[in-house]
Design a protein around this ligand. Structure first.
Ligand SMILES: Nc1nc2c(ncn2[C@@H]2O[C@H](COP(=O)(O)OP(=O)(O)OP(=O)(O)O)[C@@H](O)[C@H]2O)c(=O)[nH]1
Ligand SMILES: [Mg+2]
Length: 285
């Protein structure tokens, strides 16, 4: 018996919902069951239906209309409302013996860095509902073009890891967008971030205008990159959701999640007799 939950977190537009849907499709292809839980009060329709949807409790549209709040204040209100109604979540999640829940979370990173709502929800699902949870945190592969931006994303990922206190997996999403632009060797330096990257100022000509790093901050950037490396805390797995037939990256990520959540260990041993055909009853012949 296992109750496993994967929290899918990361900044806005990084590909969280696409990853959730791709995971659902992958699970389906493997004959495994999984359910999608929407924790984003501003979500739009998904390819896979939500089993549990926070919008049945409260939606950002309603909060914006009725309380005249903006999108960020409205989202915080929605999470404060969820905290006051955690019994709603208990009722929805119920007491199923064999659940694999994929939680699609909102893209406001304040939820992962300083507002305590998300850690409280996470602790509740872990401790009251007995789920083995892990966190996946996505940043976009095109960040690799601007190294300061990449390390800033890596720090956000590290902050989420510390804030959530969950087994944590970082993912570089949208890898298809850098295919052909970076060699595999170059990409490997980002998967286990190498502080020497900050010494290397090679920037493609068409990107030069976009790089805003003031030279006076370079030493600081290098020191931060060195810190990330010294603690060896931030590593990434690549993800490409553009072509589901090539689901190699998804397979690796799901295997990693299975290890972090001990999904395999908690599976009931299958009775070999279940797979065997029933012997024919001699009296029927
Ligand atoms: N090329 C490419 N585009 C992707 C990939 N994953 C997601 N996208 C696109 O990125 C955009 C945002 O994707 P979403 O999955 O909605 O991102 P999100 O993180 O859920 O966004 P919010 O919920 O608004 O924070 C969409 O246009 C997706 O089609 C990918 O692997 N490759
Ligand atoms: Mg989304």
């Amino acid at each position: 018996m296992s109750k496993v939950g994967v929290m899918v977190m990361g900044p806005a537009g990084v590909g969280k919902s696409t990853f959730c849907n791709s995971m659902m499709a992958y699970m389906e292809s493997q004959g495994r069951s999984a359910n999608l839980v929407n924790l984003d009060p501003a979500a739009t329709a998904h390819e896979y239906e939500f089993t549990i949807d926070i919008r049945d409790l409260i939606s950002l549209d309603d909060v914006e209309d009725e309380l005249k709040l903006g999108p960020n204040g409205g989202l915080i209100y929605c999470f404060e409302f969820l905290l006051k109604n955690l019994d709603w979540l208990d009722d929805q999640i119920g007491d199923y013996p064999d659940d694999y829940l994929i939680f699609d979370c909102p893209g406001q990173i304040e939820l992962y860095s300083h507002i305590p709502a998300m850690p409280i929800v996470v602790k509740h699902i872990q401790q009251q509902l007995n789920f083995n949870l892990c966190c996946t945190y996505l940043i976009e592969a095109p960040f690799m073009v601007d190294r300061a931006k990449f390390f800033s994303g890596a720090l956000e990922a590290m902050s989420t890891m510390i804030f959530m206190e969950l087994p944590h997996l970082n993912i570089l999403s949208k890898m298809d967008l850098v295919k052909g632009k970076m060699s595999k060797r170059e990409v490997r330096k980002f998967l286990c971030p190498d502080p020497m990257l900050m010494n290397d100022d090679e920037v493609q000509d068409d990107q030069k205008d976009l790089i805003l790093t003031n030279p006076k901050y370079r030493r600081l950037n290098k020191a931060i990159a060195q810190l990330v490396d010294d603690f060896g805390m931030v590593q990434f797995l690549p993800l490409d959701c553009s072509d589901r037939d090539k689901s190699e990256s998804l397979r690796t990520i799901v295997t990693c999640i299975d290890n972090m959540t001990q999904w395999d260990e908690n599976q009931e041993p299958k009775d070999p007799a279940e797979d065997m055909e029933e012997p024919e009853d001699p009296e029927d012949q």
